[in-house]
Design a protein around this ligand. Structure first.
Ligand code: CMP
Length: 145
């Protein structure tokens, strides 16, 4: 099934973007939109709203607003699950034990500094893509390809 998903390279992953693109290409996913942006604290908090009650929320939002991120729309067959499989487990240490080839195993630091994010469902992908690439509805020049 052809899907689109939101891939976000986190501040610690931006210097690894060449290697990450190579993995994306090898997995037959296509980058159809991309944007580099430095999130404010409140934008990062909005993006991770569903985690607001978690003990790591403040550290996560602080980290995600500490430097630029690169948001991308990826398209391809089963793009959502394929990108998450490329990422590996959330905790980079677990990724190194269980998925040695994964992005987080190779480039991650810990549970928060884990290189990149991927939407976990069709609904999350729609919400997260709209967050970074809002539909313009005819107001001014479109940024869609
Ligand atoms: P991400 O895929 O962006 O989705 C939520 C993020 O919260 C996750 O990657 C991690 O960066 C962070 N996170 C999730 N679980 C934990 C945890 N147990 N400890 C610290 N950070 C976490």
């Amino acid at each position: 099934k052809k899907e689109r998903t939101l891939a976000m390279i986190k501040p610690d992953g931006v210097t690894k973007i060449g290697d990450i693109f190579e993995l994306i290409n090898t997995a037959n996913l296509i980058v159809t939109k991309a944007k580099m942006i430095k999130l404010t604290w409140s934008q990062a908090a909005d993006f991770y709203m569903e985690h607001q009650s978690k003990p790591f929320f403040n550290n996560l939002v602080q980290f995600m607003s500490s430097g630029p991120v690169v948001a991308m729309e990826l398209m391809g067959d089963e793009a959502i699950s394929i990108w998450r499989r490329l990422l590996g487990p959330t905790d980079s240490a677990v990724a190194r034990r269980e998925a040695q080839e994964s992005v987080r195993a190779q480039f991650g630091t810990d549970g928060i500094k884990n290189v990149a994010h991927g939407s976990d469902s069709v609904a999350a992908a729609a919400r997260e893509l709209e967050f970074f690439f809002p539909s313009t509805m005819g107001h001014g020049p479109s940024n869609t390809a």
